[in-house]
Design a protein around this ligand. Sequence first.
Ligand code: AMP
Length: 211
Amino acid sequence: MNIILFGAPGAGKGTQSALLVERKGMKQISTGDIFREHIRQETRLGVEAKSFMDAGNLVPDEIVVGMVEDVLKDLGGQSFILDGFPRTVPQAESLEVMLQSNSLKIDKALFLEVPRDVLIARLAGRRVCTGCGATYHTLVKKPAMAGICDLCGANVEQRKDDKEDVVLTRLEAYETSTAPLKAYFTKKGRFVTVSGVGETEDIYKRLIAHI
Ligand code: AMP
Protein backbone atom coordinates (compact mmCIF):
# COMPACT_ATOMS: atom_id res chain seq x y z
CA MET A 1 0.00 0.00 0.00
CA ASN A 2 1.52 3.29 -1.09
CA ILE A 3 -0.03 6.58 -0.06
CA ILE A 4 0.27 10.30 -0.50
CA LEU A 5 -0.36 12.16 2.74
CA PHE A 6 -1.02 15.77 2.07
CA GLY A 7 -2.31 18.86 3.79
CA ALA A 8 -1.23 22.33 4.87
CA PRO A 9 1.88 22.95 6.98
CA GLY A 10 0.93 21.91 10.51
CA ALA A 11 -1.76 19.47 9.39
CA GLY A 12 0.07 16.63 11.13
CA LYS A 13 1.56 14.79 8.15
CA GLY A 14 4.86 14.19 9.91
CA THR A 15 3.23 13.01 13.15
CA GLN A 16 0.92 10.58 11.38
CA SER A 17 3.67 9.36 9.06
CA ALA A 18 5.83 8.54 12.09
CA LEU A 19 3.01 6.36 13.46
CA LEU A 20 2.56 4.59 10.13
CA VAL A 21 6.31 3.91 10.00
CA GLU A 22 6.31 2.53 13.55
CA ARG A 23 3.12 0.47 13.36
CA LYS A 24 2.83 -0.51 9.71
CA GLY A 25 6.47 -0.68 8.68
CA MET A 26 5.96 1.83 5.89
CA LYS A 27 8.76 4.04 4.65
CA GLN A 28 8.28 7.78 5.07
CA ILE A 29 9.49 9.92 2.21
CA SER A 30 9.40 13.45 3.60
CA THR A 31 10.87 15.95 1.17
CA GLY A 32 11.10 18.54 3.98
CA ASP A 33 13.14 16.11 6.14
CA ILE A 34 15.38 15.19 3.21
CA PHE A 35 16.06 18.86 2.51
CA ARG A 36 16.78 19.55 6.19
CA GLU A 37 19.28 16.66 6.21
CA HIS A 38 20.99 18.08 3.12
CA ILE A 39 21.17 21.49 4.81
CA ARG A 40 22.70 19.90 7.93
CA GLN A 41 25.30 18.16 5.78
CA GLU A 42 25.87 21.32 3.72
CA THR A 43 25.48 19.53 0.39
CA ARG A 44 24.97 21.42 -2.87
CA LEU A 45 21.27 20.48 -2.80
CA GLY A 46 21.04 21.79 0.76
CA VAL A 47 22.60 25.10 -0.23
CA GLU A 48 20.20 25.38 -3.19
CA ALA A 49 17.12 24.65 -1.06
CA LYS A 50 17.97 26.64 2.08
CA SER A 51 17.08 30.17 0.96
CA PHE A 52 13.67 29.04 -0.34
CA MET A 53 12.92 27.12 2.85
CA ASP A 54 14.05 29.86 5.22
CA ALA A 55 11.77 32.31 3.45
CA GLY A 56 8.81 29.91 3.56
CA ASN A 57 8.69 29.49 -0.20
CA LEU A 58 8.53 26.24 -2.12
CA VAL A 59 11.76 24.85 -3.53
CA PRO A 60 11.57 24.86 -7.37
CA ASP A 61 9.88 21.80 -8.85
CA GLU A 62 12.87 20.52 -10.83
CA ILE A 63 15.04 20.34 -7.68
CA VAL A 64 12.39 18.48 -5.67
CA VAL A 65 11.43 16.09 -8.47
CA GLY A 66 15.04 15.04 -9.10
CA MET A 67 15.50 14.35 -5.40
CA VAL A 68 12.33 12.23 -5.12
CA GLU A 69 13.23 10.27 -8.23
CA ASP A 70 16.45 9.09 -6.56
CA VAL A 71 14.49 7.89 -3.52
CA LEU A 72 11.81 6.07 -5.55
CA LYS A 73 14.46 4.14 -7.46
CA ASP A 74 15.85 2.70 -4.22
CA LEU A 75 12.68 1.50 -2.49
CA GLY A 76 13.09 -2.19 -3.09
CA GLY A 77 9.37 -2.95 -2.84
CA GLN A 78 8.73 -1.34 0.56
CA SER A 79 5.35 0.39 1.05
CA PHE A 80 5.80 4.13 1.27
CA ILE A 81 4.19 7.37 2.38
CA LEU A 82 4.85 10.49 0.37
CA ASP A 83 4.84 13.22 3.03
CA GLY A 84 5.01 16.74 1.63
CA PHE A 85 5.32 15.66 -2.00
CA PRO A 86 3.78 16.43 -4.44
CA ARG A 87 3.12 20.03 -3.44
CA THR A 88 2.29 21.46 -6.86
CA VAL A 89 0.35 20.17 -9.87
CA PRO A 90 3.54 19.94 -12.01
CA GLN A 91 5.13 17.83 -9.23
CA ALA A 92 2.07 15.54 -9.27
CA GLU A 93 2.38 15.17 -13.04
CA SER A 94 6.10 14.35 -12.75
CA LEU A 95 5.27 11.85 -10.02
CA GLU A 96 2.96 9.97 -12.36
CA VAL A 97 5.78 9.58 -14.87
CA MET A 98 8.28 8.51 -12.20
CA LEU A 99 5.87 5.95 -10.76
CA GLN A 100 5.23 4.47 -14.15
CA SER A 101 8.89 4.16 -15.03
CA ASN A 102 9.60 2.45 -11.67
CA SER A 103 6.51 0.16 -11.89
CA LEU A 104 5.01 1.72 -8.77
CA LYS A 105 1.54 2.99 -7.98
CA ILE A 106 -0.22 5.15 -5.42
CA ASP A 107 -3.21 3.44 -3.81
CA LYS A 108 -4.64 6.45 -1.96
CA ALA A 109 -4.15 10.17 -1.64
CA LEU A 110 -5.18 11.14 1.89
CA PHE A 111 -5.86 14.77 2.70
CA LEU A 112 -5.57 15.88 6.32
CA GLU A 113 -8.05 18.72 6.70
CA VAL A 114 -7.34 21.27 9.44
CA PRO A 115 -8.78 24.81 9.81
CA ARG A 116 -6.37 27.71 9.41
CA ASP A 117 -6.57 28.96 13.03
CA VAL A 118 -5.65 25.48 14.30
CA LEU A 119 -2.74 25.29 11.83
CA ILE A 120 -1.35 28.62 13.02
CA ALA A 121 -1.63 27.64 16.70
CA ARG A 122 0.10 24.32 16.04
CA LEU A 123 2.96 25.84 14.04
CA ALA A 124 3.53 28.74 16.45
CA GLY A 125 3.97 26.33 19.36
CA ARG A 126 5.81 23.55 17.52
CA ARG A 127 9.30 22.70 18.71
CA VAL A 128 11.48 20.05 17.09
CA CYS A 129 14.36 17.94 18.37
CA THR A 130 17.54 18.85 16.50
CA GLY A 131 18.79 15.30 16.99
CA CYS A 132 16.01 12.82 16.20
CA GLY A 133 13.29 15.11 14.81
CA ALA A 134 10.71 14.31 17.55
CA THR A 135 8.12 17.06 17.76
CA TYR A 136 6.88 18.91 20.83
CA HIS A 137 4.52 21.80 21.52
CA THR A 138 4.96 24.67 23.98
CA LEU A 139 1.44 24.20 25.36
CA VAL A 140 0.27 20.67 24.79
CA LYS A 141 3.41 18.52 24.56
CA LYS A 142 6.36 19.87 26.49
CA PRO A 143 9.52 17.80 26.96
CA ALA A 144 10.07 16.69 30.58
CA MET A 145 13.16 18.94 30.80
CA ALA A 146 12.77 22.31 29.08
CA GLY A 147 14.56 22.41 25.72
CA ILE A 148 15.81 18.80 25.94
CA CYS A 149 14.40 15.90 23.92
CA ASP A 150 12.82 13.12 26.04
CA LEU A 151 13.91 10.53 23.49
CA CYS A 152 17.52 11.37 22.61
CA GLY A 153 18.63 14.22 24.89
CA ALA A 154 19.43 16.63 22.04
CA ASN A 155 18.24 20.26 22.01
CA VAL A 156 14.62 21.01 21.22
CA GLU A 157 14.21 24.21 19.18
CA GLN A 158 11.81 26.14 17.02
CA ARG A 159 12.26 25.55 13.30
CA LYS A 160 13.34 28.75 11.56
CA ASP A 161 10.41 28.44 9.19
CA ASP A 162 7.92 28.06 12.08
CA LYS A 163 8.45 31.72 13.05
CA GLU A 164 5.26 33.72 12.59
CA ASP A 165 6.09 35.75 9.48
CA VAL A 166 7.47 32.70 7.66
CA VAL A 167 4.45 30.60 8.66
CA LEU A 168 2.16 33.07 6.91
CA THR A 169 4.24 32.82 3.72
CA ARG A 170 4.15 29.01 3.93
CA LEU A 171 0.36 29.01 4.33
CA GLU A 172 0.07 31.32 1.34
CA ALA A 173 2.30 28.99 -0.72
CA TYR A 174 0.06 26.13 0.36
CA GLU A 175 -3.13 27.93 -0.71
CA THR A 176 -1.71 29.01 -4.04
CA SER A 177 0.27 25.95 -5.11
CA THR A 178 -0.73 22.91 -3.04
CA ALA A 179 -4.48 23.28 -2.40
CA PRO A 180 -5.22 22.89 -6.17
CA LEU A 181 -3.99 19.29 -5.79
CA LYS A 182 -7.30 18.45 -4.11
CA ALA A 183 -9.09 18.92 -7.44
CA TYR A 184 -6.26 17.08 -9.25
CA PHE A 185 -6.47 14.00 -6.99
CA THR A 186 -10.27 14.06 -6.93
CA LYS A 187 -10.26 13.79 -10.72
CA LYS A 188 -7.81 10.86 -10.53
CA GLY A 189 -9.94 9.04 -7.93
CA ARG A 190 -8.58 7.36 -4.79
CA PHE A 191 -8.79 10.70 -2.94
CA VAL A 192 -10.00 10.79 0.64
CA THR A 193 -10.40 13.72 3.03
CA VAL A 194 -9.81 12.96 6.69
CA SER A 195 -10.30 15.41 9.56
CA GLY A 196 -6.91 16.22 11.06
CA VAL A 197 -8.37 17.86 14.18
CA GLY A 198 -8.31 16.25 17.61
CA GLU A 199 -6.11 13.75 19.40
CA THR A 200 -3.23 12.16 17.47
CA GLU A 201 -4.57 8.66 18.10
CA ASP A 202 -8.07 9.54 16.90
CA ILE A 203 -6.69 11.04 13.71
CA TYR A 204 -4.58 7.92 13.21
CA LYS A 205 -7.68 5.72 13.54
CA ARG A 206 -9.46 7.82 10.93
CA LEU A 207 -6.52 7.51 8.56
CA ILE A 208 -5.90 3.83 9.03
CA ALA A 209 -9.54 3.11 8.18
CA HIS A 210 -8.61 4.02 4.59
CA ILE A 211 -5.29 2.19 4.39
P1 AMP B 1 7.91 20.53 5.42
O1 AMP B 1 8.86 19.95 6.38
O2 AMP B 1 7.17 19.50 4.63
O3 AMP B 1 7.00 21.54 6.07
O4 AMP B 1 8.77 21.34 4.34
C1 AMP B 1 9.61 22.40 4.74
C2 AMP B 1 9.99 23.23 3.53
O5 AMP B 1 10.70 22.42 2.58
C3 AMP B 1 8.82 23.80 2.72
O6 AMP B 1 8.32 25.01 3.28
C4 AMP B 1 9.48 24.02 1.37
O7 AMP B 1 10.32 25.15 1.38
C5 AMP B 1 10.39 22.79 1.25
N1 AMP B 1 9.69 21.66 0.60
C6 AMP B 1 9.41 20.45 1.15
N2 AMP B 1 8.78 19.67 0.26
C7 AMP B 1 8.63 20.40 -0.87
C8 AMP B 1 8.03 20.16 -2.13
N3 AMP B 1 7.44 19.00 -2.41
N4 AMP B 1 8.08 21.16 -3.05
C9 AMP B 1 8.68 22.33 -2.80
N5 AMP B 1 9.25 22.64 -1.61
C10 AMP B 1 9.23 21.68 -0.65
